[in-house]
Design a protein around this ligand. Structure first.
Ligand SMILES: [Zn+2]
Length: 263
């Protein structure tokens, strides 16, 4: 597993298989009174209607932060390493997991953090609910082919459907969630505004051409690319679901190549 820091608050761990990217993001909590709307990795829209005022205690909270793990590496030893990796980077224990979409290779975070809630787009929650066991079956087939043994089976546990488009609070910051369907029937891209990092899900990859999986849709894919274009243009780094992290210029090139390939 290769780990790169894209920003003091953003790490990318790339799995040795499938080059799946797992992004770890940290949002710091100011040491003074936080009078914003604070939230855990849950539905932000509801909260905006009913804001919760949280007062942080100065001093105690000065070094505090919250972190989320977005998507996952694939190999058991990579998943086992995640907690040590976060500790080494002085990231706090994650308070939640996020998945860009419901393909099995992005859902393995709970093998590393069995107790955490998995947050995903409403579309992904619906997909997972509609096809129970699909991710587990795909994982078992993959593991069987590669003779991979795991200490425990995958249990997706409690899944929190997030409104997309929407926002998800992390420390004093917010992640922006943007719909990203087309590759599959579900999904979201995550914009880490303060770090100018776009976590694209299975789009904008230099190792995986645009693919329409079961439930995928060409028009939805093109609409997602159009939606992502302004985010890519203002990003410093774009993290696709698989393969190398791209700078803005390269990501825009890939985006336009994908549009041509699909039209
Ligand atoms: Zn994938």
């Amino acid at each position: 597993m290769r780990v790169v820091s894209l920003h003091p608050d953003v790490l990318v761990a790339t799995s040795a298989v499938l080059q799946v990217n797992c992004v770890i993001v940290r949002g710091s909590i100011a040491g003074t009174e936080a009078d914003g709307q604070r939230s855990s990795p849950g539905a932000r829209n509801a909260e905006r209607e009913n804001p919760v005022r949280v007062i942080e205690i100065a001093g105690e909270a000065s070094a505090a932060a919250e972190s989320f793990v977005i998507d996952s590496p694939v190999l058991p030893e990579e998943l086992e390493t995640l907690p040590a990796l976060l500790a080494q980077a002085h990231f706090p224990e994650p308070s939640g997991l996020l998945a860009t979409h419901g393909d099995w290779d992005h859902l393995l975070g709970r093998l590393a953090y069995p107790g955490l809630v998995l947050g995903c787009a409403q579309s992904t929650a619906e997909r997972l609910r509609a096809s129970p066991g699909e991710a587990q079956r795909a994982l078992r087939a993959f593991d069987k082919d590669l003779l991979i043994e795991r200490p425990r089976p995958l249990a997706l546990g409690s899944i929190q459907a997030l409104p997309v488009p929407g926002r998800c609070g992390i420390g004093d910051h917010e992640l922006e969630l943007h719909p990203a369907e087309g590759h599959t029937v579900d999904g979201m891209a995550i914009w880490i505004s303060w770090a100018r990092v776009l976590v694209a899900g299975d789009y904008l990859s230099t190792v995986e051409p645009p693919t329409l999986d079961d439930g995928g849709d060409r028009d939805a894919y093109l609409a997602t690319l159009a939606r992502l274009r302004p985010l890519v243009a203002s990003a410093e780094r774009v993290v696709p679901g698989h393969g190398p992290v791209l700078d803005t210029g390269r990501a825009l090139e890939v985006l336009e190549e994908n549009v041509v390939a699909l039209t």
